[in-house]
Design a protein around this ligand. Structure first.
Ligand SMILES: *Cc1c(COP(=O)(O)O)cnc(C)c1O
Length: 428
């Protein structure tokens, strides 16, 4: 490929670039994201295997306490996945049939599916075409278009790790009487400036009822499959604990059936429990929680590395704008970047995205599209009809591509990706 034959480029520089590009034959495939598992994580898991508990044991409580502390929330309820966490939060807030939930259309299917699981309808909000985030304006638009419906909640998504206008969105939600569940699956460790001069963490729930995290291997920390909900609301915390464990209660104060629950002397029967609600088995096991606890200890190092890598990408790709440019950074946000997303003008480039992805793959570089707007998916179109065009999301979707980002990516790997992109994208 002719690539970037820049006038006046020193010969040595060009030769170095060719060398880098040719060396891809030797290169290991770079996925867009992956876990980093170290010896102490393995040791933590092995210790559980040698111990007494495989399911709910001491590591569950310890992991929940450490997570709550890390995000500055009062409570954390661990569960089997980020999807289960969204479902739990929706159930615990008693969202249900005849209710509607506003969800940004640019997110993973699980965010919207949580509303469907409890029988609620989804109203999709548009997003900013340059950051992919729902804004206070796009939320307002969605609410205006859903007048007459029983809108009860909004699920803002901290896409790529940036927090979506939490303060403004919480104000709008307060006025409209909506619950707020943050989908913070991308944003463990992200924080944002608050107008009172303080800083709040994603998941701290200063501007929401609850926040949801995922510990899937591509996310900031990995436990295999796992998730959690954080909240400052003790009643919500208690309901979620019950719902993740079949809706059971063993608390005598909650027993409805006194004849079955208590002996003649008034003591609660030792075997007795009550199924108070329709719950699920959404528990996270002790093995995963031990791994999560070990991973949480290094989350600051992971986040720092992610931020450093994103800065290297931004510096190295700056001259490719406007054909290729990183997504907009939101002011007042300190994102713990989960994804490094760029916007590419494939039309002006005269190269379809599929071909572009293939060119990268041929050079051992993985990439992915986050996400196909949900209002274009058959499931939601069948249920809610063809929604009106959500232009911001469609513009973002047409251009977006996620490049490799994970803490064990080396500086050399990033330089290599930058060089290959310079070879594929002619500088403007
Ligand atoms: C990963 C993810 C989920 C679901 O998490 P799982 O643990 O995979 O179930 C939900 N929402 C977003 C935005 C995600 O990235």
């Amino acid at each position: 490929m002719a690539g970037r034959e820049r006038l006046g480029e020193p010969f040595g520089e060009r030769a170095r670039r060719r060398c880098l590009i040719n060396s891809q034959i030797m290169r290991k495939h770079l996925p867009y994201g992956r876990q980093v598992i170290e010896d102490d994580d393995i040791e933590a898991v092995v210790n559980v295997l040698r111990g007494d508990w495989l399911t709910t044991g001491p590591n569950v409580d310890d992991f929940e306490a450490a997570l709550a502390e890390r995000v500055n929330a009062k409570f954390a309820v661990s569960c089997s996945s980020g999807t289960a966490a969204l479902h739990l939060a929706a159930m615990a807030l008693r969202l249900g049939p005849n209710d509607a939930v506003v969800v940004p259309t640019l997110t993973f299917a699980a965010t919207a599916n949580a509303a469907l699981y409890v029988g609620a309808d989804v109203i999709f909000a548009d997003v900013d075409p340059n950051s992919g985030l729902m804004t206070s304006d796009t939320l307002q638009e969605a609410l205006e278009q859903s007048r007459g419906r029983n809108v009860r909640a909004v699920f803002p998504v901290h896409l790529n790790g940036q927090c979506a206008d939490p303060e403004e969105i919480s104000k709008i939600a307060g006025t409209a009487g909506l619950h707020v569940i943050e989908d913070a699956c991308h944003a463990l460790g992200s924080s944002y400036d608050v107008s009172d001069g303080t800083v709040a963490f994603a998941g701290e729930c200063r501007h929401s009822d609850a926040a949801v995290f995922s510990f899937h291997p591509v996310k900031t920390i990995a436990v295999g499959e796992g998730g959690a909900v954080t909240t400052n609301d003790a009643a919500l915390d208690a309901r979620m604990r019950q719902l993740r464990n079949h809706g059971l209660t063993r608390n005598p104060a909650d027993f409805a059936n006194h004849e079955l629950g208590f002996a003649c002397d008034g003591e609660a029967n030792p075997w007795y429990y009550e199924v108070a609600d329709l719950g699920f088995n959404f528990r996270l096991n002790d093995i995963s929680c031990a791994m999560g606890l070990s991973q949480l200890k290094k989350v600051d190092r992971f986040i720092e590395r992610r931020r450093d890598l994103v800065q290297q990408y931004r510096d190295g790709l700056a001259d490719l704008a406007p054909l290729l440019r990183p997504i907009d950074q939101k002011p007042g946000n300190a994102a713990a970047w989960h994804i490094f997303a760029v916007l590419i003008d494939f039309d002006r480039l005269g190269c379809e995205r599929a071909k572009f992805i293939k060119k990268l793959r041929d050079r051992s570089i993985g990439s992915q599209v986050h996400y196909i707007p949900l209002h274009l998916q058959p499931l939601y179109q069948d249920r809610f009809g063809d929604q009106s065009r959500l232009a911001g999301a469609e513009t973002y979707y047409e251009k977006v591509l996620s490049l490799p980002l994970f803490p064990s990516l080396s500086d050399d790997d990033v330089s290599y990706v930058i060089e290959v992109l310079h070879d594929i994208v002619p500088s403007a």
